[in-house]
Design a protein around this ligand. Structure first.
Ligand SMILES: C[S@@+](CC[C@H](N)C(=O)[O-])C[C@H]1O[C@@H](n2cnc3c(N)ncnc32)[C@H](O)[C@@H]1O
Length: 305
């Protein structure tokens, strides 16, 4: 089996410290970075899954809609939210900037980095910025600390239990993983932004990567909003999804477009809906595949809801 086929099963067996690829990564380091992100699961239960060329059909559909609605010299404001490592944002931005040279592109996610804590005995913990430890690395083991190890791996379950106890005894101060923590620990930040997205942000001021929630409302701040593989029934309650629909409507300018959808896990097909913001809610412009699972909720929603 090729590595690409196996990667969804390798997941947390790979040390997340390998995500720290620096500014000039080799092709192999980039491949490892992408592989780890493919299966990385956050404490919230959401996955970081994203991959190269994932949205060619979605981008083509959006292109068609934008070409018919906006002049090439429009200073389009585009927001791509919950982007994981933002590689798909960088790919899309490259295409958009050729068509709309004055566009501005913001890629955002709730989580842009992890924190690595190296203990005096050489053990390593990888945590989210709020201090939740996801993984322990103590040779020869790499174990999941937050999410339980599978029953098929009794030895790893035992090691994970031992690590959890060790962490408990360690009694780390709250806020230890903050950037400005005074805890005096051996920590470093590991960027979760793909090197190619980081390079684009460094070389082109039209492209920025920032922290932002998909539920943020920044009133009428963009012409195009994309939220792919986040506003799913599997992740959120109906009430939360309605808040997502509302946040999207308030953030998109009148007449602007919201791209919402999901990639199927079995065959990587994209099902997305392109919606237009009207005064009284959303209107369907077109679909990719079967459309978004959120479409009915979005179309039934109105600003007074
Ligand atoms: C499955 S990935 C989707 C990545 C990308 N949109 C794609 O489809 O390739 C889901 C992402 O949502 C992010 N996320 C989870 N909750 C979020 C929230 N409330 N606001 C913004 N991003 C969130 C996670 O950090 C993760 O990177």
């Amino acid at each position: 089996m090729a590595l690409d086929e196996r990667r969804r099963y390798m997941g947390h067996r790979v040390a997340y410290s390998l995500l720290d690829v620096g500014e000039q990564p080799s092709a192999e380091q980039i491949r490892v970075f992408e592989d780890i992100c493919f299966t990385l699961r956050l404490a919230s239960g959401t996955f970081r899954t994203s991959f190269r060329n994932r949205f060619a059909d979605v981008n083509a559909a959006v292109d068609g809609v934008l070409a018919s609605r906006f002049e090439a010299d429009t200073a389009l404001s585009i927001q791509d939210r919950a982007v994981s490592h933002a590689l798909t944002s960088a790919e899309w931005a490259g295409d958009l900037f050729r068509r709309f040279p004055q566009a501005h592109f913001e890629a955002s996610d709730l989580l842009l980095h992890l924190v690595q804590l190296t203990e005096p005995d050489g053990g390593i913990y990888i945590a989210e910025p709020d201090g939740t430890i996801l993984q322990a690395v103590r040779e020869p083991f790499v174990v999941s600390v937050h999410h339980p190890e599978g029953r098929r791996f009794p030895l790893h379950r035992l090691v994970a239990l031992r690590e959890r106890r060790r962490i408990e005894k360690r009694n780390l101060p709250s806020g230890w993983a903050d950037k400005d923590s005074q805890a005096n620990l051996n920590t470093k930040t590991i960027s979760l932004v793909h090197p190619e997205a980081r390079a684009l942000a460094a070389s082109d001021s039209r492209f920025v990567v920032r922290k932002r929630s998909v539920f943020d409302i920044e009133a009428a701040s963009c012409d195009v909003l994309r939220t792919m593989n986040i506003l799913n029934w599997g992740y959120f309650s109906e009430e939360q999804l309605s808040s997502g629909v509302s946040a999207a409507w308030h953030s998109v300018r009148p007449g602007g477009v919201w791209v919402v959808g999901r990639t199927m896990e079995d065959d990587f097909r994209n099902n997305a809906s392109l919606l237009r913001r009207n005064e009284d809610g959303w209107e369907l412009l077109t679909r990719v595949g079967d459309g978004s699972e959120l479409e009915a909720l979005a179309l039934a929603w109105s600003p007074g809801t």
